[in-house]
Ligand binder design. Sequence first.
Ligand SMILES: O=C(CO)[C@H](O)[C@H](O)COP(=O)(O)O
Length: 230
Amino acid sequence: MDALKRQAAAHALREVESGMKLGLGTGSTAKHFVDLLGEKVRAGLKVVGVPTSEATRAQAEACGVPLTTLDEIDHLDLTVDGADEINPALDLIKGGGGALLREKIVASASDRMIVIADESKWVARLGRFPLPIEVIPFGLAATRHAIAAAFAKAGVSGQMDLRKSADGHVFVTDGGHWIVDVRLGEIEDPPRLAGLLSAIPGVVEHGLFIGLGSTAILAGAQGIRVIQRP
Ligand SMILES: O=C(CO)[C@H](O)[C@H](O)COP(=O)(O)O
């Protein structure tokens, strides 16, 4: 599986040109991309990156990839990131690694987003992977109530689990927020659910990435598949 992730990352690297401003994703697949990008940079490629997490920032720095922020620049040419699920519309579930907020800000600031993954992430319908919802700790019970109401309107339901770290403490995002993971099953209308969740005051962001993915590069036993957003 890890070899497939690296193959997808290597394929995405072909889209990188000198002078580009790049969004750098988070997770085990994006890690391969940053690693391979670092090799190119050390060989002379001129790019600048905006990391989507503190973990990616540390990795990119160690690899020698020059970094900037979306305070210093307001726009990126290309973001390359992984995903937890990808459907044929190239809508995504992201946030398994907890970086969904910065990932969505960075992807939204990019002309193009290439999603890299192994084939197991390709699904007919989103929802098998638990949907991460990043919430403000203040007023959590009220926010959960509002999330449940949004689910009812969208015709889905599922248990909400507050994400914990391996040490048993509540997982805290790079932005200081918490994450509620919800196993919904098939989501009939992801754009509608995304809109309903975005309207809830205590919800900082959610893992439905609608209309952001431009291209998916999927690596499988049969080779690489490149899918463009319809
Ligand atoms: O959204 C993410 C992190 O917030 C990741 O892109 C997603 O979880 C996929 O990770 P991996 O490449 O390790 O399977």
